[in-house]
Design a binder for this molecule. Structure first.
Ligand SMILES: C[S@@+](CC[C@H](N)C(=O)[O-])C[C@H]1O[C@@H](n2cnc3c(N)ncnc32)[C@H](O)[C@@H]1O
Length: 276
């Protein structure tokens, strides 16, 4: 009677990478990350033990199947990187995007010499923007809103991770509806995709209220601009869709205001700042 022949780590990774070829540009790396996650080792350990034979972990096979169906790696690992730091993430929130680091940088740079200001963030999601601003601008007080209670739970986990929970007040509300304090700076990466836009499969796992900004997509952005004017807020910084520059320009022109627009690293229009 012969025992079952176990596969080597190398064989498991090779077979798994083939299954991920149509999902990601780095199938081998992702297969390694998933196996390392299941075995609770790091990628380097896997590479240096690749001739070892192992029982393929059941949770690895489950996660591989999810990933094969384009379920985001960040949701499986419950971890993502933003501004060179690790943040908790799960499918209650939008996965932070690298281009949003530019928005944080813009606000941090505009506010670096301003003391004791109040910054409000609309649509905080995983809390990455507010948490980073609390770290980068130690004298600022921050109010972070989101329409979703579930989302705020994730933001609070991240605020606690970086010990800035006392500097950020989390409020569940539409835009700034339940915020009465005087605000100096408003920042937002709101939902800005138009309602009927066809999305890649991987985006279908992210919360819809984090993605869709209305019939045309720019409705929430325009409401944020209106709110800025009504509240006399001096500085506004927002991320926006690649095709929304003209619409934002026109809306700001109603108030005789001009924005400074910025592009992301791919050279695509990505956001704007307004100083009044
Ligand atoms: C594009 S996500 C941004 C999340 C996070 N700030 C980031 O940059 O990764 C937009 C967020 O806005 C929230 N949201 C959508 N509509 C809102 C509204 N009317 N008022 C407040 N928050 C809203 C969503 O729940 C979601 O968390």
């Amino acid at each position: 009677m012969y025992g079952r022949v176990l596969p080597s780590i190398k064989e498991i990774l090779h077979q798994s990478a083939i299954r991920l070829e149509n999902v990601t540009p780095s199938p081998f790396k992702e297969a390694s990350t998933l196996l390392a996650f299941s075995l609770r080792v790091d990628n380097l350990w896997l590479l240096s033990h690749d001739i070892d034979t192992i029982e393929t972990p059941a949770d690895f096979l489950e996660n591989l199947k999810k990933r094969e169906e384009s379920y985001p790696l960040e949701y499986i690992l419950k971890e993502t990187s933003f501004y060179s730091r690790d943040f908790y993430t799960d499918d209650r929130v939008l996965i932070p995007r690298p281009e949003t680091e530019i928005l944080v940088e813009k606000v941090a740079s505009i506010c670096k010499n301003m003391q004791n200001i109040t910054i409000a963030e609309v649509g905080t999601g995983s809390g990455i923007i507010s948490v980073m601003l609390a770290i980068l601008l130690p004298s600022a007080q921050i109010i972070a809103t989101d329409i979703s209670e579930d989302t705020l739970k994730v933001a609070i986990i991240n605020a606690k991770r970086y010990d800035v929970q006392d500097k950020i007040e989390f409020v569940r509300c539409n835009l700034l509806d339940d915020v009465n304090k005087k605000i100096d700076v408003l920042v937002s990466n709101p939902p800005y995709i138009k309602k009927d836009e066809k999305l890649d499969k991987n985006l279908s796992y992210e919360p819809r209220c984090a993605l869709f900004g209305g019939e045309k997509g720019d409705e929430i952005l325009k409401q944020i601009i209106d709110e800025t004017i009504q509240r006399g807020i001096k500085i506004l910084a927002c991320e926006m869709g690649y095709d929304q520059k003209e619409k934002i320009e026109n809306h700001l022109a109603n108030y005789n205001l001009k924005a400074e627009f910025y592009k992301d690293l791919a050279g695509i229009d990505r956001g704007f700042t307004v100083k009044r």
